[in-house]
Design a protein around this ligand. Structure first.
Ligand code: SER
Length: 339
């Protein structure tokens, strides 16, 4: 008999860290992981098995298929928005071809054990693309179906993979004699920028916020790469992990959509700077906008309407802007860098 497990790809990344801690704290240790790098020891010791390698390696997925019954997949592996602009074809390979492989793997798993595999997909505010700042200001909090015109490779990848997931869930091989759809229960969250007290992101464009607070805690100066008035939605990592787990556990009959916006607050970069200064009064934070990365952030909405997530599956972030800094980020980051 194959053991029933949850699979996490990109497990060593920012969301993976928080997710493994959260799931194992809840008593769920039947977790297998894939990551290019070995997991940190404190994470590795919490999971059933760790596979080191790329999601693009078919033999790795075949091995997992032969050894485990995967019931749930958190497909977190991706190349983020800034990095993918330097290597768009690699971005597409990892973000799209990798996701296609995982969806195909989920379909094979579902067909093999007969139950739908719940497939959690982190999409992003990068799936949106607003043409200019006037439109961004006028648009306010956007709904999931508005302004789906991403300007980045990463955003295009995320938007397309949302559609791929919906295809596998509802229309897979629709002309086959026997219906094979329904074996993948695809659920996506369009995450806002995320800020963790434990890890620093790499290769994203919302990184200006976490970089500011981590630099302050390390006693390093920070030149923020966007203008002070730049505004996009954000959330702290514990709420992001809660949201993923909450959506994973939701009754499928409650889910009216396959893709959900979520957010917790949407400060300007200047407001983030002020909150960081409250926690670290000596912080040296200046603004030195990188016009090209600025243009990417300017194309993302200043806010998203997450009312569908709140009503369908009870999204309820614990931390607002002030609480997120005062009760989570500042004290936890202080501990992280305390020598
Ligand atoms: N935080 C991501 C990035 O900046 C967006 O999903 O690329």
């Amino acid at each position: 008999m194959r053991k029933h497990v949850t699979l996490i790809t990109g497990a060593g990344g920012e969301i993976g860290h928080g997710l493994i801690e959260r799931l194992t704290a809840d008593g769920d240790s039947a977790i297998i992981t894939i990551d290019l790098q070995p997991l940190e020891q404190r994470l590795a010791s919490r999971v059933e098995k760790e596979y080191q390698g790329s999601i693009l390696e078919t033999h790795l997925l075949e091995r997992i298929l032969s050894e485990y019954e995967v019931e749930r997949i958190y497909h977190l592996a991706a190349i983020l928005s800034t990095r993918a602009e330097f290597t768009p074809v690699t971005g597409h390979q990892v973000n799209v071809e990798g996701t296609l492989k995982l969806l195909d793997f989920a379909q094979a798993q579902g067909e093999s054990h007969g139950r739908a595999v719940v497939f959690l997909y982190p999409s992003s505010i990068a799936a949106y693309g607003l043409p200019d700042l006037e439109t961004k200001a006028a648009a306010g909090a956007v709904r999931e179906y508005e302004w789906n015109h991403p300007t980045t490779m990463y955003g295009c990848n995320k938007l397309y993979c949302e559609h791929l997931g919906r295809y596998f869930a509802r229309h897979y091989k629709q002309l086959a004699a026997e219906s094979l759809s329904g074996k993948v229960d695809f659920r996506a969250i369009r995450f806002p920028g995320l800020i963790s007290a434990v890890t620093v992101p790499s290769g994203g464009t919302s990184d200006f916020a976490p970089e500011m607070v981590h630099a302050a805690a390390r006693g390093e100066s920070n030149a923020c790469f966007v203008r002070p008035d730049t505004r996009i939605p954000f959330m702290v990592m514990p709420d992001a992990v809660d949201a993923l787990v909450g959506l994973a556990k939701a009754e499928s009959s409650m889910l009216g959509r396959s893709v959900y916006n979520i957010t917790a607050f949407n400060p300007s970069a200047e407001e983030i700077r002020s909150l960081v200064l409250e926690g670290f009064p000596d912080a040296d934070i200046t603004f030195d906008p990188d016009l090209k990365r600025q243009a990417i952030v300017d194309s993302w909405p200043s806010d998203v309407d997450d009312s569908a997530a709140r009503s369908d599956w009870g999204l309820a972030p614990r931390y607002d802007l002030e609480g997120g800094f005062a009760d989570y980020l500042i004290p936890r980051i202080r501990d992280l860098y305390r020598t």
